[in-house]
Every structure is written in C-alpha cells, then in structure tokens.
Ligand binder design. Structure first.
Ligand SMILES: Nc1ncnc2c1ncn2[C@@H]1O[C@H](COP(=O)(O)OP(=O)(O)OP(=O)(O)O)[C@@H](O)[C@H]1O
Ligand SMILES: [Mg+2]
Length: 227
C-alpha cells in the first residue's frame, strides 16, 4: 500500500487554466522524492493538492488507500500535525520572534516545548541564527526567514516532509547544511518530497526524480522502482 497516491489528478484554476493534467503518482513510506521542472510547471500546485490546501478538479488522492474526499477536515488537520511543510512563500508569523515561530509549531504538534528548548538552540546554532533568536521574523533577511521556515518544519521530526523550494534564497554553504539535515531526516524514516530546481541538490542523486512540465509528469522514477 502506498502512503500517498494520486489517480488521474487534474487541477484547473478558474476560469480555465489547466495547472495539472492527469497526474498519476505514488509515494511510498520512506521515499525521498525530488520534484523538478520549470517555473510554472505545477510543482507548488501538486504539493498543495497533497497537503490539501487545494482540491483536485478531477481525479482522487489517497492517503493509505483512503480517498481524501472521505477524510473530514478535522481529521486531516490532525494527521497533518505529523507532517512538516516548508512553504515556498514562507508563511511565518512576521510579528512573532524566531523563537516564538518555532515554539508555536511545536505546541500545535503537541510537543512539550520546555523539554525541547535545547533542541531549538541547537538548530539555531547550526543555522547561524542564534543571535536572531528574539528578533521578529520581519526583521530577518529572506534567506534567514527561509532557514526559520525549514527549522520549523523539521524540528518536530515529521513523518512526512513537504518542502517547496526550500533553498531558493540560500548560499551554497547553507544549501549543503540543509541537504545534510534532509539526509538525516530521511535516515530517521521521514518520507520527503522536495520541489527544487537547484542543480546542486538535483546532482546529488539521493532521491527519486519526478519532473513536471506544463502540468504533465514527463519523468517519474518512482514508477520504475515500484514492484
Ligand atoms: N491560485 C491560482 N490561480 C490561478 N492560477 C494559478 C494559481 N496558482 C498557480 N497558478 C498557475 O498555475 C501554474 C503552476 O503554478 P505553480 O505555482 O504550481 O508552479 P511551480 O512549478 O511551483 O513554479 P515555480 O517554480 O515558479 O515555483 C502557473 O502558471 C500559475 O500561474
Ligand atoms: Mg512553486
């Protein structure tokens, strides 16, 4: 049984822009998937359908064989607490501090924050953000904000990480740091789907590659590895 399965999924944004056409995709538990393709190809749309910020115009998505359309919003939100999502546009609370942003995610995930303080410090140290600990997010640079978004999604050790272009604003050194972190997470059996055009990341060949072009899946290495 696959973890997530998309069957004949199409997405048309009103009034008639076809962002995704007839997508079939299976994500297995423990997969590390790189989602690539040019700007506007539909990568973010595909991820939004998976974390159910958007719904398909046709087709169905399944979570462990259960159709999304039969999972109630409340139930889905609960399941999603175990997922980590790195949004392309950050979605941080701009007026809260770095620490408060991270803390809030942990609280929502039902974690005991008092026991995790040292872990938050470790992550901030690792990402060179310790001096920004009490700074409001809106006072950070684009790259710094991106790092906070990454820490926020990763720190709760999600069962499933959805990362939408997490390294777009980062320098090469930070990108390597992120890659190491993703590898560590993957070794802890987190399932990962990562949208990126970053050539450094794509050249690593650690994941299965899928490529979208104009809303169509033109390459799917998950397919060839299915038995
Ligand atoms: N809410 C929306 N309403 C209408 N059109 C949309 C909407 N969101 C995305 N689109 C269109 O759908 C297409 C796919 O967008 P999407 O954001 O999925 O691309 P992407 O592959 O993530 O691109 P990028 O690499 O730039 O992030 C684009 O042409 C975009 O303009
Ligand atoms: Mg995108």
């Amino acid at each position: 049984m696959s973890f997530i399965r998309l069957e004949k999924v199409s997405k048309i944004y009103p009034p008639y822009f076809r962002a995704l056409s007839n997508i079939h995709l299976e994500i297995q538990k423990g997969d590390f998937i790189f989602l690539s393709g040019p700007t506007g190809a539909g990568k973010t749309t595909l991820l939004k359908l998976i974390y159910r910020e958007e719904t398909p115009t046709s087709g169905e998505i399944f979570l462990e064989n259960k159709p999304y359309s039969q999972i109630k919003e409340k139930e889905f939100r609960k399941l999603r607490q175990k997922w980590g999502i790195i949004f392309q546009d950050g979605k941080l609370f701009e007026d809260l501090s770095v620490y408060e942003n991270i803390k809030l995610t942990l609280v929502l995930a039902g974690k005991k924050v008092s026991k995790m303080k040292h872990l938050i410090y470790d992550f901030l140290e690792r990402f060179n953000l310790i001096q920004k600990f009490n700074k409001k997010v809106k006072e950070l640079s684009g790259g710094e904000q991106q790092k906070v978004g990454i820490i926020r999604a990763i720190i709760k050790e999600p069962e499933f990480l959805i990362a939408d272009e997490p390294t777009g604003n980062l320098d090469p050194e930070s990108i390597y740091e992120i890659i190491d972190l993703l590898k560590e997470l993957h070794q802890k059996e987190t399932t990962i789907i990562l949208a990126t055009h970053d050539p450094t990341i794509l050249s690593l060949k650690i994941g299965k590659l899928i490529i979208l072009e104009k809303g169509e899946l033109i390459r799917d290495d998950t397919f060839s590895s299915q038995s």
